[in-house]
Ligand binder design. Sequence first.
Ligand code: GDP
Length: 453
Amino acid sequence: MADGSAAETIFAVATGAGRAGVAIMRLSGPAAATACRQLTGAAPPPPRQAVLRRLREPGTGAPIDQALLLWFPAPASLTGEDVLEFQVHGSRGVLAVLADSLAGLPGLRPAEPGEFARRAFRNGRLDLTAAEGLADLIAAETGAQLRQALRQLDGELGRLYEGWRTRLLAALARLEAEIDFAAEEASVPAGLAAALRPDLAMLAAAIAAHLADAGRGERLRAGLQVAIVGPPNAGKSSLLNLLARRDVAIVAATPGTTRDLLEVPLDLAGLPVTLIDTAGLRPAADPVEAEGIRRARARAAAADLRLVLLDGARPDWPAGLAPELLAGAQLLAVNKVDLGQVGRPAALAGRPVLALSCRTGEGVPELLEQLQAQAAALLADGSGPVLTRARHRSALQATHAALTRLAAMPADSELALQAEELRLACQALGRLTGRVDVEAVLDRIFGEFCIGK
Ligand code: GDP
């Protein structure tokens, strides 16, 4: 599948935008060595050794910067191509002049977004799931997200799926061989299709178990959505501000001021949690508020967890809304306990309720503790490979569906039909890692059966 180096050499700043002590300009492609000579007046340094050199504009010889060079000749590089990195001072001026100088060299052009990873994939340095892991690692906001992305980048998922695909390919190869050579009564054992069934059933069960993860990996990647819901003025915005330790939501004494949904990402001991403040749930006074309430309901229903916040100053909060909210809430808290005399609505009978004060901070550590425990139960814990995207789920579902259809066929049914289901199962897995190719099936047929006639 690797189609070798692309003819064009690409370059891009690999580090973040803005002023910094150091920035990295990365080049990949066949002209990287030439670019090195043009800019530094010498061939690339020894592989993987940092060497300090003066960079000059190729036309004028005007100095650009002092740079640390790193040279990774193909194929042992990030992209599988010749890669050169310049560590320069991270100023806009240096990077602009360097980029201009590179763009002026023959065969060089600025890289498209994701083009380095794309070349790495094309050259077999990364499978598709690892490439996704790389993207997730760059986007990770908490420790748990980072660790999940890193495992995926390291190939944990790719190896699992490739292992399954290899087993399917072996089964397919045997079936194909039986189809092709059964008529000739060659030395292929009969009844192979039936003999394959137990292993395929085990594989289907493994895929089903992997799919039955309750979305833990996907949720860890995206962040856990926690909706704070409750009557107006209960202190939802105050709680959000308190937890976020910054003023993000409007806190006001007039009910009905939070009309938009506000989201605050939190790092809860490494777990990514997004808190969503919703408009107070009460009969709306005007159309704008009604829209806010509609969105709040939809969002609360779609969230992973719901925290219902009650107004301790008004234990008689609108009874009409209570059953719906209470039924869907994983966490219940009564706010404003600092006012004393906090009542307990009859609707809460028998349910654990946290006593809270956003004013004094009472009950906040307990609330965070409970939130963290609930989040941990819903998020992947790093104990094994977990799928992290809808793309993985749908490909695995397609694989599983094909295996299920195959299992439902009588063992003596048309071999070509059985092979077709196996082929579909293989293709779905192959799309997952990006390694779909029919040549592999042929290789297996001839490799496994030594049909040398
Ligand atoms: P929301 O409508 O649910 O978002 O409620 P807000 O956060 O805007 O708070 C409504 C009012 O209650 C504001 O005047 C807050 O200052 C007040 N409030 C919030 N939390 C507490 C608390 O723990 N104790 C007291 N005494 N007042 C609070």
